[in-house]
Design a protein around this ligand. Structure first.
Ligand code: ZN
Length: 237
């Protein structure tokens, strides 16, 4: 790394926070867990190595510089996603997924954390996963099953959406005098990721959109996403 901070002296996240530490040391140390201890049993699942290791950079930033810095670093990481081809490769033929396995893999993990909504539970589940699969093989279905079981959430649709497609889901919304209506579009059938939004009624609201219209009471409102969800929000009226 030419004895420089960041990645060869530059900050992949463009947030500035990536220049406070040596990328190679932090990233490659993350691989002691994700890659060396837990190893994907098929190259198609390399996102488990690179996504989780990229997320260790976010966690390291949080530990070093605080939550707002980690959010900024995460936002910069989302900007690296290209969506040329899916994160997961083709199984059984030594085929890697796209280089989005780094930032988009981390984005999926971040959205799992937001969906859990409890950083203690997120951290303890991450530690349990590392212990459970220690010095062994792992794959996407086993990982998914582990997180569903440990957290009581169901991440199936999020995994399909973000690992197997290149679509960025759109949270569509419109309003009338009394209600905000919202739904997911540009997504797989049954996509149901919960999302926290800021309404101009000045409160954070956790929505549970589906691909069918739902509504919340909110007069004269606008709606923006809170946190770093990898989605688009589009008003359609
Ligand atoms: Zn790596």
């Amino acid at each position: 790394n030419a004895y420089m901070n960041g990645y060869l002296g530059s900050d992949l996240s463009n947030s500035g926070f990536g220049l406070l530490w040596d990328f190679i040391i932090v990233h490659e140390t993350g691989h002691e867990w994700f890659g060396n201890s837990l190893t994907a049993d098929d190259m198609a699942d390399l996102w488990i190595h690179e996504g989780f290791t990229t997320y260790t950079e976010v966690l390291y930033t949080q530990s070093l510089s605080g939550k707002a810095a980690a959010d900024s670093f995460m936002q910069g990481t989302l900007d690296r996603i290209e969506n040329n081809s899916p994160v997961v490769g083709i199984y059984g033929v030594r085929n890697e997924g796209s280089s989005d396995m780094y930032p988009k893999g981390a984005a999926l993990i971040h959205m799992m954390r937001l969906t859990i909504g409890d950083d203690e539970l997120f951290s303890s589940t991450l530690r349990k996963m590392v212990a459970h699969f220690r010095h062994g093989y792992i794959n996407t279905p086993a990982l998914l099953n582990f997180w569903n079981t440990q957290t009581g959430k169901n991440f199936n649709k999020m995994f399909s959406q973000y690992l197997s497609t290149t679509q960025v889901p759109v949270l569509e919304w419109r309003k009338d005098k009394k209600w905000i209506y919202y739904r997911w579009t540009r997504c797989i059938d049954g996509f149901n990721m919960p999302v926290e939004v800021q309404t101009s009624c000045n409160r954070l609201v956790k929505l549970e959109p589906t691909t069918e219209w739902k509504k919340i009471a909110c007069r004269n409102a606008t709606l923006t996403a809170a946190g770093n969800y990898y989605i688009e929000i589009k008003r359609i009226d």
